[in-house]
Design a protein around this ligand. Structure first.
Ligand code: AMP
Length: 176
């Protein structure tokens, strides 16, 4: 089948009640497994930032790594991993954020986005915005210039973009 016929949005599955009752999990594994669909998805995430001189894509583990590294390649940018606590080997900055149950921490190497590097943050899903807001704090703390965010899917009803300030926010799919 030609690439133009792949409706990549249909390759994301709804999984009800995962990881907890009441949550509809957006499963991107069928999209990751489809080379044409994945290429089209990454094209869409990169497109709004093609003329924005992105130096680095920063993304939280783990699904953000897969999509983010591909967007970085598409934009001729480098990649910065934002990791859970204790995973990075050198000096780190950290940002804490709230989850529905308890707190979480993301870390980034102190020198990862130094000297006003122009940074795009990428992730699969924007839900309440805690993860993306913590990612943005790390970029700013590290001396980077936060240009914007690009998500595969935004759960608009959770209002996550209200936490993300003035930077440009792109989402390929919006769920209302
Ligand atoms: P949040 O911090 O609430 O915006 O949640 C975003 C992070 O949690 C992203 O890294 C997503 O991978 C994950 N996430 C949150 N909600 C979902 C969902 N319904 N389906 C898949 N992943 C989700």
């Amino acid at each position: 089948m030609g690439e133009e016929h792949v409706v990549w949005q249909l390759l994301i599955r709804d999984v009800p009640d995962f990881p907890r009752p009441g949550i509809v999990f957006k499963d991107i594994t069928p999209l990751l497994a489809d080379s044409a669909g994945l290429r089209l998805c990454v094209d869409e995430l990169a497109a709004p930032f093609e003329d924005r001189s992105i130096d680095l894509v920063a993304a939280p583990e783990a699904r953000g790594f897969v999509i983010g590294a591909m967007v970085a390649d598409r934009l001729d940018a480098g990649f910065v991993p934002l990791r859970k606590s204790g995973k990075l080997p050198r000096e780190t900055l950290h940002a804490d954020y709230e989850l529905e149950y308890g707190a979480e921490r993301l870390e980034m190497h102190t020198d990862a986005v130094a000297n006003q590097a122009r940074v795009l943050i990428v992730d699969d899903v924007l839900a309440t915005g805690g993860t993306a807001a913590a990612s943005a704090r790390l970029v700013t703390l590290g001396g980077g210039d936060l240009v914007g965010f690009s998500f595969v899917l935004e759960l608009e009803f959770l209002g996550g973009r209200r936490q993300l300030g003035e930077a440009h926010i792109a989402a390929a799919i919006t769920v209302q």
